[in-house]
Design a binder for this molecule. Sequence first.
Ligand code: 5GP
Ligand code: ZN
Length: 117
Amino acid sequence: MCIFCKIANGEIPNNTVLETEHYLAFHDIYPKAPIHILIIPKQHVDSFQEATPDMMAGLTTFTQKVASLVGLDQAGYRLITNNGDDGGQEIHHLHFHLLGGGKLKWDHLHEDTHRSI
Ligand code: 5GP
Ligand code: ZN
């Protein structure tokens, strides 16, 4: 069983933000922004590439609720899913990173990408 399945079923403790029958939101253990929450379906799928429309429909409403709950719905936030090796995915259980709590940078996404100015 993968680490996020173990978090979803309570085997590994987590700092929960919101939980429903099908979804869980919890704080990332190594935050990369002032607010960094991971949002997962409890059902295991490896990545976004295997996600179903049903799963994503529920996840949309759930994610909007989480953003409101932590006060990011007005200020703004970033939602990211890393997919596969080139996407930098380390844990192979679908998850979305909800990042916010301050202005987020948007550059150097690729190691060979450089600004021309
Ligand atoms: P990925 O690189 O797969 O998109 O993101 C995995 C994320 O999971 C990373 O941001 C990492 O900090 C987080 N993470 C890894 N292990 C744990 C854990 O045991 N608990 C929590 N809360 N976050 C974890
Ligand atoms: Zn899993």
